[in-house]
Ligand binder design. Structure first.
Ligand SMILES: Nc1nc2c(c(=O)[nH]1)N[C@H]1C(S)=C(S)[C@@H](COP(=O)(O)O)O[C@H]1N2
Ligand SMILES: [Mo]
Length: 533
C-alpha cells in the first residue's frame, strides 16, 4: 500500500518528461472519444425513452433564448434554414474540443473528467429545466448515463496509454494494441449511438398523425374563390424565377426560436382561450378542424426581412376566424390584447381591436390545402393579415389569453422590438436574378405587398430615371402580395433597376433606408446588372 502511494506521485510528475509526447496524442484522442461517447449515449437515451430530452436540443434552445436578438438574427441570416443545424454542429464541436483537453488533464488528475463532465451535464440539465418542451427530471437520467459512459471509457482508454511499470517492448506493444482496439470501438459507438438515437426518436414525431388529418373545406370564402384562377393559367408562370403567388409549403420561409420542430400530438392537444373573457374555452383538435371552414389568402412577413430578402411568403390558410372563438368566449373590456402562447413557451401579442377591424385573423389548421406542416405550426397557428409574424403568428399554438395591453409582452418585445408590428409596404425584384445578362428584352418581375391595404401600383426606375408603371399580376387581394412585371429592353453597359410600390390608400413606399430593427425595414430594393452586347 505504502509502496504504491509513494509510486503514484513519481509517476505523475516525472513520468511526464520523456514520455509525454509519446502519449499526449492518444490521451487527447481518448478524451475526444470519451466526450463523443458521453454525448452519444445521451442522444441514444433520448431516442429510446420519449421523455428523456436530447441535451443537444435543450442546450440549443437555451442558447437561442439567451443569445442577444442580434446574434439570433445573425445566425438566421448567415445559415438560413440551416441555422439550427449550424448551432447543433457548434455545440458538438465545443463538446468534442473540451474532450480533447480533458484526456491529458485527466491523466494528470483523475477527477478532472468526472468533475468536468458533471459540470457539462449540469449545463444540459439546467437547459432542459428551462425548456418548456423538455423535462428536467428526465434530463438527469440521460445526463447521468452520458457522464458514466464518458468517464468509464476515458479511464479505460487512459489505462492503456499509461507508461508501463515494467516497460518491456512486448507489454508496450500489447498496451498500444489494446488502446487502438478500445479507441476504435469507442469511436464507432460514439457515431452509431447518436445516429441510432436520432433515428429511434423519429417514432415520436407527429407526421403520421398529421397525414391523417382531413381538412374541412366545404365552404370557401370569396377571397379563395377569387384566387381559383391561378397565375399560371394567365401566363405569369412563363416568367422564370418569379416567385409564385402561392409559395409551396416546403419552400415557405421558416422563422422561429425552436431548435427542433415541436412535435405536438393532436390527440391530446387542446386550444385554451382564457384571461379577460366571460367563459374560458378549451377546444380539441377534432373540434377545431370541424369548424375550420374559412379559407383565405394572406401574406406573412418577418419583421427581420431586409429589403430584397425572402422572409416573406403568401399562402392559402384554412382555419377558424379568431373573432368566432373570441365572441364565444366573450371578451371583457380589459381584454385589450390577444396574447398567444406556443407549446414551446414562445409568446406574442397584438391589440384585440385589430382582430375586429375587418381583417382576416385565423386560428389556422391548413396551409395551401394541406394540414399545417409541422415546421409551420401543426396542429394550429395564428395567421393575422397585416401584422408581422413576431407579434401575431404563433405556431404550435396552445393558449390565447386576453390581457391588458401593458400586462404582458411577447417574446421579442423585451429583446428590443416594437410592441406594435404592422407590415410596411415593400416590393422586391425577383428577376433577372443573375447580375450579368445579355442585351435584349428581359422581364423584370417580382412581388409587392402591403397586407390589409393592398397594392395599387408598382413602378420601376432604371438608372435612376423616371418611374415606369409595371403590369400587376392577376390575383388581387388586399391581404396578399401582388406579382408584377415589365419588359425591359436592356442595352449594353452597367445598369441599376429599383422598384417601389403604392398601397391601396395611395401611399407610396418610402425610399428612406431603415434597418429591420425595431419595427421593419424600409427602402427601395435595387439590383445592379452588367449587360453584355
Ligand atoms: N412558436 C413560435 N411561433 C412563431 C415564432 C416562434 O419563434 N415561435 N416566430 C414568429 C415569427 S418571428 C414569424 S416571422 C413567423 C414565421 O412563420 P413561418 O415560419 O410559418 O413562416 O412565425 C411566428 N411564430
Ligand atoms: Mo419574424
Amino acid at each position: 500500500m505504502a509502496e504504491i502511494e509513494a509510486q503514484e506521485p513519481t509517476d505523475e510528475s516525472s513520468g511526464g518528461g520523456a514520455d509525454i509526447d509519446g502519449r499526449a496524442t492518444p490521451d487527447k484522442l481518448a478524451g475526444l472519444i470519451a466526450a463523443a461517447l458521453a454525448l452519444g449515449v445521451t442522444e441514444f437515451a433520448a431516442g429510446v425513452v420519449e421523455p428523456i430530452p436530447s441535451l443537444i436540443e435543450a442546450i440549443g434552445n437555451s442558447v437561442i433564448d439567451l443569445s442577444p436578438s442580434a446574434v439570433v438574427k445573425w445566425g438566421i441570416r448567415t445559415f438560413g434554414k440551416w441555422d439550427k443545424h449550424a448551432l447543433a454542429v457548434g455545440i458538438v464541436i465545443i463538446s468534442l474540443g473540451l474532450g480533447f483537453v480533458l484526456g491529458p488533464a485527466t491523466r494528470h488528475k483523475k477527477l478532472t473528467a468526472p468533475v468536468a463532465m458533471s459540470l457539462a451535464a449540469i449545463v444540459g440539465i439546467a437547459a432542459a429545466i428551462q425548456d418548456p418542451l423538455s423535462q428536467g427530471g428526465w434530463a438527469i437520467i440521460g445526463a447521468a448515463l452520458g457522464v458514466a459512459a464518458g468517464n468509464a471509457s476515458l479511464w479505460w482508454m487512459l489505462s492503456f496509454t499509461r507508461p508501463s511499470q515494467s516497460p518491456t517492448a512486448s507489454t508496450a506493444d500489447e498496451s498500444r494494441r489494446r488502446f487502438m482496439l478500445t479507441a476504435t470501438a469507442g469511436a464507432s459507438a460514439a457515431v452509431i449511438l447518436p445516429t441510432a438515437g436520432r433515428k429511434l426518436a423519429e417514432r415520436f414525431n407527429v407526421e403520421a398523425a398529421r397525414s391523417q388529418v382531413v381538412l374541412n373545406t366545404t365552404t370557401t370564402s370569396t377571397t379563395a374563390a377569387q384566387s381559383s384562377s391561378t397565375p399560371s393559367a394567365l401566363g405569369v408562370a412563363d416568367i422564370e424565377g418569379l416567385t409564385p403567388f402561392y409559395v409551396p409549403n416546403d419552400e415557405f420561409y421558416r422563422i422561429d426560436t425552436a431548435f427542433t420542430v415541436p412535435q405536438v400530438d393532436p390527440g391530446s392537444w387542446t386550444l385554451k382561450v382564457d384571461g379577460a373573457v366571460d367563459n374560458a374555452l378549451e377546444i380539441s383538435f377534432d373540434e377545431l378542424v370541424e369548424r375550420s371552414t374559412t379559407e383565405v389568402d394572406v401574406t406573412l412577413s418577418c419583421v427581420s426581412n431586409r429589403v430584397g430578402d425572402d422572409l416573406v411568403g403568401n399562402a392559402k390558410w384554412i382555419g377558424v376566424p379568431l373573432t368566432e372563438l373570441l365572441d364565444e368566449a366573450g371578451v371583457q373590456p380589459e381584454g385589450e390584447q390577444i396574447f398567444s402562447r406556443s407549446v414551446d413557451g414562445w409568446t406574442c401579442g397584438f391589440p384585440t381591436a385589430l382582430a375586429y377591424d375587418g381583417r382576416n385573423a385565423l386560428v389556422a389548421v391548413g396551409m395551401n390545402g394541406e394540414p399545417l406542416p409541422t415546421a409551420h405550426g401543426f396542429p394550429a397557428r395564428l395567421v393575422v393579415a397585416g401584422l408581422y409574424g413576431y407579434v401575431s403568428a404563433t405556431k404550435w399554438l396552445d393558449r390565447i389569453t386576453l390581457t391588458g395591453w401593458e400586462d404582458a409582452d411577447g417574446y421579442w418585445i423585451p429583446r428590443g422590438w416594437s410592441k406594435t408590428g404592422p407590415i410596411k409596404t415593400q416590393s422586391r425584384i425577383d428577376v433577372p436574378r443573375s447580375s450579368s445578362i445579355e442585351a435584349g428584352t428581359h422581364p423584370v418581375a417580382g412581388v409587392a405587398w402591403a397586407p390589409t391595404r393592398g397594392i395599387s401600383k408598382v413602378e420601376i426606375s432604371i438608372d435612376d430615371g423616371p418611374w415606369i408603371e409595371t403590369t400587376l399580376g392577376p390575383i388581387q387581394s388586399e391581404e396578399s402580395w401582388r406579382q408584377w412585371w415589365y419588359g425591359w429592353d436592356a442595352t449594353p453597359g452597367d445598369h441599376t433597376v429599383k422598384v417601389r410600390a403604392t398601397d391601396g390608400t395611395g401611399a407610396v413606399q418610402t425610399s428612406e433606408p431603415h434597418a429591420p430593427a425595431p419595427d421593419g425595414a424600409t427602402g427601395h430594393h435595387t439590383r445592379a446588372y452588367e449587360v453584355s452586347a
